[in-house]
Design a protein. Structure first.
Length: 664
């Protein structure tokens, strides 16, 4: 039996494993990088070991450091979570050599399925349908390889042979773009998984991504625990998952389940895993890959089956047979999960790093939140930007979607940009509610529109008014004299008080006036009076505004010059403007700066080069993804301030372009 478990991971999944292990009386050891030293998973573990460094390679991917942490803490087992080393056969073997029980499938199985290329060959031999594949060895395909690629048909999909999560994947529309896509995918895959091997498949337009949860024990029993729909993706990475799939009926469920079990039996699978399929528009399905680990989206399966998959992983690792509740599992109700990311969906999924001033998601009936962060957590640029998985389980799919959207809308998320508003709009979209989804959902529906603030113009005006009134309450609370008097009170009527904010609508001015009784008698936003508005109560944190007899409670939180406003139809972020700003140096026209902190992996231009709009100038790696800085307009490069390998902070000047004037 496992007595002490080292969790070779971080964040949400580390906390999830701790929760399950505690239920079995198992002591838990956390590991952490230097940026994660104060993370919640560290505080919740019984013991922790610091891994010196910040990068994944130096910490969570450092096999020697992890084994030393296990030795020093006296752990007798290792749970790899997902990502990092969870599908590394070498790590599983190293654990065995060190006398540690690895909570996962045997190394031979991981190795066989760790390469998508090898996995496809094995699965095809077992009679499961697969898509055709072309492997490219060199940096540039030779004539023979190019003929094979042409035979796939354009566009094609470049995929990393190792790992997952959308890393190392590129859609290539034609031959001219292939070499750059291969190079970029190889860099990203090597950074994320330590293996830059890539291959090509036909790009299937509008398929569904449907996967089957499998579970096997060491006694030869293998079962499937039904399917999950994971079609709504951005950059080939899932953001909405659900079980059961709205596209899978009983007959197809049985067929896909049988195929998944056949794959598991063919490779001698033990422990939890997932067999992933593409469900084609004509109803056929084709094998994608086997994930030899726990999936991010495992909670939806847990919700509909009532099983604890992490607990079962630990029991199977100890040698226990699958219990009766697994063999007799059935689907009850419907569960939907969304991945809440620190990223800006409106601006190309740009990750957002920084301090989470406030992190609150209401866990109403049927809502589950698995998070790796809490109030005050630092969101680092070194790791994946996922903050939490939010799940709703209800009797029907529609009810689950409604409950989940409502919980997200009421969440208070301060300090970093998130994809919350995009997720709410997806859950309420007519196509989603009709089950008419596929991997092209976010191609057909512009993320700029879906990710726009939920708060409409009227709500944003109320938010600006609440922010101004909360600010005056804060100033009065901090005032050394006459604290009982509202800000701006005058013995005789005079000009109203004014303050300015910058938000999604640009700069907005709010004015307000208090009468002799201390009542607010006037509020204008952007020069427009909010007629019929009554200020019921006002503190630095909560402002209650009544319009036509309907009271709205608005929460306001300040962090530096930013004000986070929640309530009255959504959320707003406003930046308070200085009344007397200090003069400072301004960036030159045409200057391009780093959108986020990270490592420069590629600089494609030199001083004097001519560029077209959309050309990639610099590529920055952050949060396990490669982000391109592109020319906003045609012009000539006049300055280059960075080189490959440099670490840059957000806002660092990268390149300056002398933009063409269009021939004027």
């Amino acid at each position: 039996m496992i007595s002490k478990l080292l969790i070779a991971n971080r964040g949400e999944i580390a906390r999830r494993v701790i929760r399950a292990a505690r239920g079995l009386g198992v002591s838990c050891v956390a590991v952490c990088s230097e940026p994660d030293a104060g993370a919640p998973h560290v505080a919740e573990a019984d013991e922790s070991v610091l891994l010196p460094g910040a990068s994944p390679a130096a910490t969570y991917l450092n096999v020697d450091a992890l084994l030393e942490a296990a030795r020093a803490s006296g752990a007798d087992a290792v749970h790899p979570g997902y990502g990092f080393l969870s599908e590394d056969a070498g790590f599983a073997r190293a654990c065995a050599r060190a006398g540690l029980l690895f909570v996962g499938p045997p190394p031979e199985v991981i190795e066989a399925m760790g390469s998508k290329l090898a996995a496809k060959a094995t699965v095809s031999a077992a009679g499961v349908p697969v898509l055709p594949t072309v492997e490219i060895d060199g940096a540039v395909p030779d004539d023979r390889a190019m003929a094979s690629v042409d035979a796939l048909g354009w566009p094609v999909l470049v995929k990393a042979s190792a790992g997952g999560g959308g890393r190392g994947m590129r859609v290539v529309e034609g031959p001219d773009a292939l070499a750059d896509a291969l190079a970029s995918a190889r860099r990203e895959a090597a950074s994320a998984f330590g293996d830059g091997t890539v291959f090509l498949e036909p790009y299937v337009a509008r398929p569904r991504h449907v996967e089957v949860q499998i579970l096997g024990d060491a006694h030869g029993t293998v079962v499937h625990l039904f399917e999950r729909e994971c079609s709504i993706q951005r950059r080939h990475q899932k953001i909405v998952e659900e079980s059961p799939s709205p596209a899978v009926g009983e007959a197809l469920r049985a067929e896909m389940g049988a195929a998944a079990v056949a794959v598991a039996r063919a490779i001698g699978y033990v422990n939890a895993g997932t067999v992933e399929f593409l469900l084609l528009p004509d109803g056929r399905f084709a094998f994608l890959e086997v994930n030899t680990r726990l999936q991010v989206e495992h909670p939806v399966t847990e919700c509909v089956t009532g099983l604890d998959l992490v607990r079962l992983q630990l029991l199977v690792a100890e040698g226990a047979p699958l219990p009766p509740e697994v063999l007799d599992a059935a689907v009850t109700g419907h569960a939907i999960e969304v991945r809440l990311y620190a990223e800006d969906a409106v601006h190309g999924w740009q990750p957002s790093a920084g301090r989470l001033q406030r992190f609150f998601i209401p866990e109403d009936a049927g809502v589950r939140v698995d998070s790796g962060v809490e109030d005050g957590s630092e969101v680092s640029s070194h790791y994946d930007p996922m903050l939490a998985k939010v799940v709703a389980h209800a009797r029907t799919r529609e009810q689950a979607a409604r409950a989940l959207a409502g919980a997200l809308e009421r969440a208070q998320l301060h300090g970093v940009t998130t994809n919350r508003d995009l997720l709410v709009r997806i859950l309420r979209h007519p196509e989603f509610l009709a089950g008419d989804i596929d991997t092209g959902f976010l191609v057909r529906h512009d993320p700029v529109t879906l990710g726009a603030p939920l708060a409409d113009a009227a709500a944003r005006r109320l938010h600006a008014a609440a922010a101004a009134l909360a600010e005056q309450a804060r100033r009065r609370a901090e005032a050394p004299v006459l604290a009982a008097m509202p800000s701006g009170w005058r013995n005789n009527p005079s000009a109203p008080q004014a303050c300015r904010f910058t938000g999604v609508d640009g700069e907005v001015e709010v004015t307000y006036r208090f009468d002799r009784a201390g009542l607010c008698t006037l509020v204008t936003v952007g020069g427009e009076e909010l007629v019929g508005l009554e200020v019921t109560s006002c503190t630095p944190d909560v402002v209650v505004l009544s319009v036509a007899g309907v009271a709205r409670r608005v929460h306001v939180a300040r962090d530096g010059d930013r004000l986070f406003v929640d309530g009255a139809g959504g959320a707003s972020v406003l930046r308070a403007r200085e009344r007397f700003p200090l003069p400072g140096a301004q960036l030159a026209e045409g200057a391009l700066v780093a959108p986020l902190p990270g490592t420069v992996v590629k600089v494609t231009v030199s001083v004097g080069d001519t560029v077209a709009a959309g050309d990639t100038l610099v590529a920055i790696e952050a949060m396990k993804m490669e982000h391109e800085v592109q020319a906003p307009a045609p012009g000539t490069v006049t300055e280059v301030h960075v080189g490959a390998g440099e670490q840059v902070e957000a806002g660092r000047l990268l390149v300056v372009i002398d933009e063409d004037d269009g021939g004027a």
